[in-house]
Design a protein around this ligand. Structure first.
Ligand SMILES: *Cc1c(COP(=O)(O)O)cnc(C)c1O
Length: 372
């Protein structure tokens, strides 16, 4: 075993419960895209399927994996589904995201008609991310047309916020106002949703009927602002991921010896260097070299030299007895020390989201079951 991820499904279930309590009476839709933010799509979805309002994925392929795993919870596909895949989407009984006003909407209707059952639709309104969605100005008319299309079951209308991680963003209020105006004519049976984790925490008025929670489920704060505010309110999240490898080889080197490609690190004294069998192909960002720390025998040690494709180096000079086979914790706890996904991400110049989403699917994962 070269690297390994241990996922605490109990922590994920507790985070879901914590967030559900925070946002009630709004409901929680669980976002499990990107392999459940690297935590494992099917296992995480199973742990949440019965307690969350629905599961949100990005692609139809992810939805089909869930259906093949016999998860029958409602699934909303947030991203685009190509016209050629609409039959498969209908067969998988997923809710589509719709923002089209022309040919594509007609194709969706025609697949539903041919297959003899309505297509569940969440209409998307773009209020300021400029990504997917109807222009807010066109939305009222398009939404009326969706509502009047007999082949559509218009279940929801939603938008996505651009700057909700910030405490003092008037833009969030502007987006919310645009969204409420665009959806004013919708009947009460159509669910409205706008908030992801950060907005659900910082902007209670964006919670509406449902919130779409991703990062918070995994015990990772969307931003330092959200963490600070929620901690003051007594809201805690439990990190769900432990990511470890083991020392593959040890080297005693003299002062002045350089380590790794480009010779970017030079031993300031006689040093003991551990070779770690993990590199950027395994999800450790190249930027971690000479920047991040890992835990060995309960001690925090520096990654030195450049991270290679499949290997990296740690300076374990200060760790008595460090030897091949020792556990190396990249994310998680070892004794009294802990490295959070956000810590490793910050050292690499990125965010927790990117770090966990890029954890390769081929890294073996083990799961601690939720206590039920
Ligand atoms: C990814 C995503 C979410 C979840 O965002 P978090 O910040 O991880 O909670 C919600 N809505 C949409 C449309 C998304 O793409």
């Amino acid at each position: 075993m070269i690297a390994h991820a241990a996922v605490d499904l109990g922590a994920i279930a507790r985070n879901a419960a914590t967030l559900a309590e925070l946002v009630a009476p709004a409901r929680v839709a669980a976002v499990v895209k990107a392999n459940a933010y690297g935590h494992g799509l099917v296992e995480v979805a199973r742990a949440l399927a019965r307690t969350c309002a629905r599961l949100c994925v990005y692609s139809l392929e992810e939805a089909i994996v869930l259906r093949e795993a016999e998860i029958d919870a409602p699934i909303h596909v947030l991203g685009p589904v190509p016209p050629g895949d609409l039959d498969a989407a209908h067969a998988a009984d997923v809710a589509l995201t719709l923002w089209d006003r022309g040919l594509y909407a007609r194709q969706v209707a025609s697949v539903a008609r041919r297959r003899g059952r309505r297509f569940t639709i969440h209409a998307k309104v773009d209020t300021g991310v400029v990504r997917l969605g109807l222009d807010a100005g066109d939305a009222p008319d398009a939404l009326q047309r969706y509502a009047a299309t007999p082949e559509f079951a218009l279940a929801g209308a939603f938008t996505h916020l651009a700057a909700a991680e910030e405490l003092d963003s008037s833009f969030t209020d502007e987006q919310l106002a645009r969204f409420l105006a665009a959806t004013r004519e919708l009947g009460p049976g159509v669910e409205r949703h706008a908030a992801a984790t950060a907005a659900a925490m910082l902007w209670p008025r964006t919670r509406l009927d449902t919130v779409r929670i991703g990062i918070g489920l995994y015990g990772i704060w969307p931003s330092v602002e959200t963490e600070a505010l929620m901690r003051v309110r007594g809201v805690e999240l439990a990190p769900a991921l432990t990511w470890r490898t083991r020392i593959a080889a040890m080297h005693e080197i003299d002062a002045g010896t350089t380590v790794g490609y480009g010779r970017t690190w030079q031993a300031p004294r006689r040093s003991r260097i551990a070779t770690l069998p993990i590199g950027y192909a395994e999800g450790l960002p190249r930027a971690a070299g000479n920047a991040a720390h890992v835990l060995v025998r309960g001690a925090r040690v520096a990654l030195v030299g450049r991270v290679c494709m499949n290997m990296a180096f740690a300076d374990v000079t200060g760790v008595a007895g460090a030897a091949p086979g020792d556990d190396v914790t990249l994310i998680g706890r070892d004794g009294r020390e802990e490295i959070l996904a956000a810590d490793l991400a910050a050292a690499c110049g990125t965010i927790g989201y990117e770090l966990v989403a890029r954890l390769p699917a081929h890294v073996p994962r083990t799961y601690a079951a939720p206590v039920s």
